[in-house]
Ligand binder design. Sequence first.
Ligand SMILES: Cc1ncc(C[n+]2csc(CCOP(=O)(O)OP(=O)(O)O)c2C)c(N)n1
Ligand code: SF4
Length: 251
Amino acid sequence: MAEVLTLPPNLPKSQNAEVGASKFCPGCGHGITLKALANAVDELDIKQKTVFGCDIGCSLLSWNYLDLDTVQTHHGRTTPVIYGVTRANPEAIGIAYMGDGGGLAIGSQHLVNAAVRSERMMIVLVNNTNYGMTGGQMSPTTMPGQKTETTPYGRDCEVTGRPAKGAEMVAAIANPEKSFVARSSVSNVRKLQSTFKKGLINVQNGGFSFIEVLSICPLNWRTNNVDTLERLKTMEEFFEVKEFLQGKSEQ
Ligand SMILES: Cc1ncc(C[n+]2csc(CCOP(=O)(O)OP(=O)(O)O)c2C)c(N)n1
Ligand code: SF4
């Protein structure tokens, strides 16, 4: 029995085995998302040429999580930093990893410009419907009626506008011939991994990929396991889970 317990965890090669226990809160969706991403990088055998950028926010706790060349940027600036890298090095596969605040609030103009130009990179936007790291304030994707630290009576869309739908927005402005745009969810890890793989193949083929991941934040949602997954289902009804553009994502 003791021997079984000493077996090393089955980690992707692109995940850092030295990092120890995850720094994310128990039950956080970032860990699920990053493992699926690392597995997709392994599947394509592109670890050596992948450059990973992480934003400010809980997403930054990924900085030592992956065994990839990593750059951590100012809040909202991960997108231009990563396409700077891929413009300078045409061999590099760039991944920009951010939260919904980093992508759709402070980083929104960079997202728009990268999408319009269909920069050669993959953006992973983890949508947990709040500003996780700063204590759970309303973010652009907070659901109608959702209670947060700054919407204690629930989000009133008459006052704050409607939640931003990142994947729909990007699909509307990106070049369809070279863009892969999808929304996936941490509720289906295999699908999430295959979506990342498609996004990375599209980048290998010279394209732009945007993947929004519906994720969970039990700490700030103040939900138990059952309620967390119920909330995720509600999100999946509101934010459609599908591929919006395929680009050149077939191998
Ligand atoms: C320029 C700047 N403005 C504001 C902040 C404060 N800040 C740190 S993290 C964060 C929000 C992060 O939310 P999100 O991007 O959704 O990521 P999450 O933590 O939910 O993964 C904010 C506003 C900052 N660090 N820098
Ligand atoms: S605050 Fe939320 S997003 Fe941040 S690590 Fe905790 S569960 Fe994850």
